[in-house]
Every structure is written in structure tokens, then in C-alpha cells.
Design a protein around this ligand. Structure first.
Ligand SMILES: Cc1cc2nc3c(=O)[nH]c(=O)nc-3n(C[C@H](O)[C@H](O)[C@H](O)COP(=O)(O)OP(=O)(O)OC[C@H]3O[C@@H](n4cnc5c(N)ncnc54)[C@H](O)[C@@H]3O)c2cc1C
Length: 535
């Protein structure tokens, strides 16, 4: 075999997967058909969960250094233009302010890291450069997957490199992170279902040196224009670049829309115009046999709420340690199949969350009337009515912290079951829980460290012994050792953490999702060790 994992696609999902596999020492080849990362606008916000994941991978600081400066507000406005008083102003903390709030938090309701605005065209080259420095990872741009075959032993891929020469790459596993029109998904015959081509918009990228400093109504990240064209201006990470989305007839109209929106005679350059379509689609399956799918290859959401790339990062991080576990021999036969069980349900919920946010946005946009800008009592009434609805409905796009942090894997074989349903999923609210399957809530210890930071990266499983418990867990550690899976037993005497987690013992997986919780040592240690490792 040429490598252990072959990744197809160097978008944020494929690159995150390559880095994480590389950090786990897995030999990985990533092929990307583009010759270099493109300077094209797409996503611009890593959510709190993605930033927590990047912190664990040791790259959060690099992402922040390349992204929007920490002091810049993340406010969202609904406007007629940048020159008129906003109809709605929703303030959101800058990264610096959010970090202060997190530092001061004493409960488990905050993420360990706040969001970070970083344009996809900045993030991708950064992730590429990080992946390229990892000795076990080979990043090959200008290399396109043409087809693949799989049998019981592995996958053989036919690729075309720079210059057009074709060659084969063989690996035990292939992961298709090749985006919405995924060749890997199509070759597996897996369908996307849901609503496709909901709306076609044009998106343009502009460079305008002076705009950000001159916006009279206040600095923010999104300026939604209350018009009948779904127009939206988005500040990019440099604060010198902006994107505008709008429903217009032709590319050249995007210049006029920008000028109308900013309503200030400033010099600017339009660097790119393209069309994109809104979709709410989910794949029937997340792979087959030795081939897996992740990211936009299996879920396409409307960017409203920013659950596209962020869901792809979640997929990558769920699949990565499972591939490593199976390749190293301690992962059982139920581990890799659990990837689809766990991540498809999140994909399904995130498509629903994106729909929920989009419907909210449509609701306030439906209050638009042609007289909205008029200096008449009717115009004022239209503005007031739209603002009243938007003040409620627009929040659905911006405040989905429950979808970001609160996802919990349900019905997955390597997660222990407890009687009852478990807490309900709620897009808009995050309620910390250690119910098996949940992300470990962030808690500060009295010595100032975060619990998550005490758990070494790449350590495998962790058994947290909280609040000075005397439970005898040696039989469990012995049972775990028999599976060959790495286990770290960590005594955290802090009673505050114990009280917030609600249990004396927590068993965590390498991705810091809870496998099991209890007050006393597991009654059947061998059975729990087998379950956790997918046997
Ligand atoms: C306007 C807009 C705004 C958005 N804003 C956000 C946001 O704020 N937050 C968010 O989370 N998401 C956002 N998204 C969604 C986000 O951009 C996507 O979810 C993200 O790019 C998906 O990453 P990916 O790596 O899965 O796929 P892609 O980024 O599509 O990457 C797939 C890669 O595979 C390569 N490839 C394809 N076929 C082959 C092949 N045969 N061989 C080799 N390589 C191949 C492609 O060249 C590409 O580089 C936005 C999207 C749009 C359009």
C-alpha cells in the first residue's frame, strides 16, 4: 500500500482531516485537483466548536493570527444602506470580549474558545501549510481523482497529476472530502436528498481600502440589506475585502449593487463575481466499505448559521481517531461504522438548523414593501414592521450555539446507553450535559487550567476521576489495557468540576465526547472497555 489513508479534496474538511491524521502519526496522502488554493470567497466564520477542535490540534492561535483582529466587533445589522441609520443592530462580542467572558465564566455553559472570523481563502492555505509540515502527510495539489476500486484489502485510486500523467495510489482507506459534486459519492451511487437549487444568488468579492474605517453606522461583520434581492454585505478577515450576495440579472450588476449598498463614493475593485445556489441536502449514507465521505460531499446547507464548513470539521475529527484506532489495531469492528451513525444524525440536525435559520430570514424579508425607503408615514411603518420581525427572526441565524456545541451522538455502539431519552436537542440554546455521547463541557479548574487542556492530545481515552473520588478503577484500567487502546487515568480533585459534571467518573473518547459516566467503578469493566473501543 502507498499510504494508510488517501484523502480526496483539499477544502477545509480534507485539510483538517489530513492534519489530525498526521498528528496521530497516520501516513496520509491528500490529493487536490486545484494547483493551488483559490482566492475565492466562501465561508468566513469558524464557530466555537471548530475553534475548540483547532485548539486541541494546536493550531487555534495560528488561525486567529491569520483571521479578523480580536478587537473587531462581530455585530450584525439590517440596513437600507450603510449610510442610513440601521433598522436593526444586533451586537455580538468581538473575540477579545468573548475571551474575557469565557475567562470569567464559572459554569459550564461557555465554549473553551470563541468563534473566529477567517475567510476560507485565508484558512485553506494556512491549513495546507500546516499539513505540509507533518512528516507523515503528503499534500499533492494539481492531482485529481479520476476513479477508484475497492476490495476486502483496500482501495486503489486512479489519479491524474500535473502534466496529465495518470498513476495509481493504493491505501486501506479512502475519504472523499471532495465537496458538493463529490465524485467519490457519485461513484458509490449515494444520493443526496432534500431541497436542491432553492435560490440562485450572485456573490462578488471587492477590495475597498477605506470602507471599513468609514462605515458610519458602526462596525460589524454582516450587513443585510432590507431589499427584495436578498442582498448581504460581508466583511472579510482583512477588513479591506468584502463580499456581496444578491439576486441580480447579470455579473456586471454586482458593481452597482455594491455602490448602492455602501452609499459612499469610495474607490474599489471588484475582484470576482460568481453564481452559487442554496441547497439543503443530506446524503443517504456516509460511505461504503473502505470508502468514507465527509464535509460538503455529504451535507449541503445554506450558509445562514455557518454550519457548512464547521460540520465538515466535526466529521473530520470524528473519523480521524477511528481510522487511526483501526489502523493501529485496537479499534474494533463497530468503530468505523459508528462514523456514519454519529455524523449523519448531526448532518441531519444541521440541515434542519440551517432551514430553521433560513425560514427566519425569509420571514423578515417578506415584510419588505416597495415603500421601505420612503420618507412617509407608510415608509416608516414598513421599516418599523420589518425591524420588529427581524429583531426576532434574524437571531436564528446568529445565535445557534445549541447546534454548535450541544450535539450529542445518539444510538451509537461505542457510546454507553442510559435509561431515558437524554436531553432534547435545541439549536438555539446550549445546556451543558455529560449524558453519554455529548461533548465534554468546558470547565475551568481552580488552578486556572481548562479540563480539556489537562487531557493530552493523541492520548486515546481518558478516565476522569473527579472531586477526590475513592472509586477503585484499577480493574477497569486493567480491562482497558487488554484492548491495547491507550487510556489515561486523570485525578481531578476539584469539587467545582465534579459538581458541574454531576458525576465522579467520566470516560472520554479521544475526541472528548463522553462514553460513559458513573459514581462508582463500572460493574463490568471488560464489557465497557470493549464497548468503548468498538468491539
Ligand atoms: C457564500 C458561502 C458562504 C459560506 N459561509 C460559511 C460559513 O460562514 N461557515 C461555514 O461553516 N460554512 C460556510 N459555507 C460553506 C463552506 O464554504 C463549505 O461548507 C466548505 O467549503 C466545505 O468544505 P469541504 O472541504 O467539505 O468541501 P470544499 O470546500 O468544496 O472542498 C472540496 C475540495 O475537493 C476538491 N476536489 C473535488 N473533486 C476532486 C477530485 N476529483 N480530485 C481531487 N480534488 C477534488 C475541490 O477542488 C475542493 O478543493 C459557505 C459557503 C458559501 C457558498
Amino acid at each position: 500500500m502507498d499510504t494508510e489513508v488517501l484523502i480526496v479534496g483539499g477544502g477545509p474538511t480534507g485539510l483538517t482531516l489530513a492534519i489530525d491524521l498526521g498528528l496521530r502519526g497516520v501516513r496520509t496522502i491528500l490529493v487536490e485537483r486545484k494547483e493551488a488554493p483559490a482566492f475565492l470567497p466562501k465561508m468566513e466564520r469558524c464557530n466555537a466548536r471548530t475553534m475548540e477542535i483547532y485548539r486541541r490540534m494546536g493550531i487555534a492561535d495560528a488561525v486567529r493570527a491569520a483571521g479578523l483582529p480580536a478587537h473587531c466587533p462581530m455585530d450584525v445589522f439590517i440596513v437600507l444602506s450603510l449610510a442610513r441609520p440601521p433598522l436593526v443592530h444586533l451586537p455580538y462580542p468581538s473575540v477579545a470580549q468573548a475571551k474575557e467572558a469565557i475567562a470569567a465564566s464559572r459554569d459550564a455553559s461557555e465554549p473553551l474558545e470563541p468563534y473566529q472570523l477567517i475567510s476560507q481563502y485565508t484558512l485553506e492555505p494556512l491549513l495546507k501549510s500546516i499539513a505540509e509540515k507533518i512528516p507523515s502527510v503528503s499534500v499533492r495539489y494539481g492531482c485529481e481523482l479520476l476513479s477508484f476500486t475497492q476490495d476486502r484489502a483496500g482501495v486503489t485510486a486512479m489519479v491524474r497529476g500535473v502534466g496529465g500523467a495518470t498513476s495509481q495510489i493504493s491505501a486501506p482507506y479512502l475519504v472523499g472530502c471532495d465537496g458538493g459534486s463529490s465524485l467519490v459519492r457519485r461513484q458509490l451511487g449515494i444520493a443526496l436528498r432534500g431541497e436542491g437549487n432553492i435560490m440562485a444568488l450572485r456573490q462578488a468579492l471587492y477590495r475597498c481600502e477605506e470602507l471599513y474605517e468609514r462605515i458610519p453606522i458602526g462596525k460589524g461583520r454582516h450587513y443585510h440589506v432590507a431589499d427584495d434581492r436578498a442582498t448581504q454585505l460581508i466583511v472579510q478577515d482583512s477588513t479591506r475585502h468584502f463580499t456581496l450576495h444578491s439576486v441580480v440579472e447579470q455579473d456586471s450588476d454586482m458593481a452597482g449593487m455594491f455602490e448602492k449598498t455602501i452609499a459612499m463614493p469610495l474607490p474599489y475593485e471588484m475582484l470576482y463575481v460568481g453564481e452559487w445556489k442554496q441547497n439543503l441536502l443530506l446524503a443517504d449514507r456516509y460511505g461504503e466499505g473502505r470508502v468514507f465521505l465527509a464535509g460538503d460531499a455529504v451535507h449541503l446547507v445554506i450558509p445562514t448559521g455557518g454550519l457548512g464548513m464547521n460540520s465538515g470539521v466535526g466529521d473530520a475529527i470524528d473519523l480521524s481517531w477511528k481510522l487511526a484506532a483501526v489502523l493501529r489495531g485496537w479499534g474494533g469492528p463497530k468503530l468505523l461504522p459508528s462514523y456514519e451513525i454519529e455524523r449523519r444524525q448531526v448532518g441531519e440536525r444541521n440541515v434542519a438548523a440551517s432551514r430553521h435559520a433560513t425560514l427566519g430570514r425569509r420571514k423578515w424579508r417578506a415584510a419588505w414593501r416597495p415603500d421601505i425607503a420612503d420618507d412617509t408615514p407608510q415608509g416608516a411603518a414598513t421599516r418599523a414592521n420589518l425591524a420588529r420581525i427581524a429583531d426576532v427572526e434574524q437571531r436564528k441565524s446568529n445565535e445557534m450555539i445549541g447546534a454548535e456545541l450541544g450535539y450529542r451522538y445518539v444510538g451509537s455502539p461505542p457510546i454507553a446507553t442510559e435509561p431515558g431519552e437524554g436531553p432534547a436537542h435545541d439549536f438555539m440554546n446550549y445546556v451543558p450535559t455529560t449524558w453519554p455521547g455529548a461533548r465534554l463541557p468546558h470547565v475551568w479548574l481552580s488552578d486556572g487550567r481548562a479540563v480539556a487542556d489537562c487531557i493530552g492530545y493523541g492520548h486515546g481515552y481518558s478516565l476522569l476521576r473527579l472531586g477526590g473520588t475513592r472509586a477503585d478503577t484499577t480493574a477497569f484500567a486493567r480491562a482497558f489495557a487488554a484492548t491495547d487502546a491507550p487510556l489515561q487515568v486523570l485525578d481531578i480533585a476539584d469539587t467545582h468540576a465534579r459538581d458541574l459534571y454531576g458525576y465522579d467518573l467520566l470516560l472520554l473518547r479521544p475526541d472528548l465526547h463522553v462514553v460513559w459516566r458513573g459514581h462508582s467503578a463500572p460493574r463490568e469493566p471488560g464489557a465497557l472497555a470493549a464497548l468503548a473501543t468498538g468491539h
